[in-house]
Design a protein around this ligand. Sequence first.
Ligand SMILES: [Fe+2]
Length: 308
Amino acid sequence: MNVIPRCLHTVRRLSGLCPAVVLSASAHRPVRFFPARCHSWKLTCRSIPKPRPTHPTGVRCMSSTVQIPSDLLFRQLFDYQSYTYTYLLADRQTKEAILIDPVLELVNRDAHLLEDLQLSLKFAVNTHCHADHITGTGELKKRFPGCRSVISEQSGAKADVYITEGDKVAFGSKVLEVLSTPGHTNGCLTFVLHHNERPVLVFTGDALLIRGCGRTDFQEGSSATLYESVHRKILSMPLDTPLYPAHDYTGQTSTTVGEEKMYNARLTKTKEEFIDIMEKLNLPYPKAIDKSLPANMVCGVLEDLPNK
Ligand SMILES: [Fe+2]
């Protein structure tokens, strides 16, 4: 319902025609909630919902205006199989780099990029123990002997470095602040990079996705906990703070706090409504969980699997 009304307003403004007629003719989308016959388009248009509200300060904040430091290298990389984003961050001066949520099948891509840019991989960092793909951390450790695996203490996974709320992940002169944002899993973390005393890059893992959130029906999922985590730790940041999720299934790349506070179909609801929505999702059993989870519990170092 959110997209259509804006579309109808646009159609009305541009064409001067009844939006029901225009949309029916163009087969733009089924007009299920519009009257099939429209005797007076003025009457019809009175039934169009009002435009979306502007955010609380009165400024529509559709994209971020914050600037990242000039000596920070930042790349967003994508896996077309699991729809996972991997993030490369590096200090351009010292050449120290980290990868957030690398994917096993794409380690070659990441390794070549690191080599091309002459970066030294310090950490392979995981926002949480993924259930939909195997982390590339183990393979990266083989290729880059100085690289150490990082995951949250609460994940229960095996890693070289354990982190938790308030810790810092440092590379060169740059630092990621660690926030604990459980709910999708107990060990979910969000990473925040500050510049000029404000958050300029926030990596939300599966806690907050663009217009959505991670599911809460397996691992240690809890809708109530997720709602609290996201509202207290992420949506409490300035409205133009850019957010980068661990996945996107719709072709989008990033969002902002302001956008999610206005348009997130789940997290704009009350806590009770949110819990109800999550309970009724009826999602299928994750295809790759039986293979991915054990491997990710050893951060992709498959030699460490108990049955090896
Ligand atoms: Fe996940």
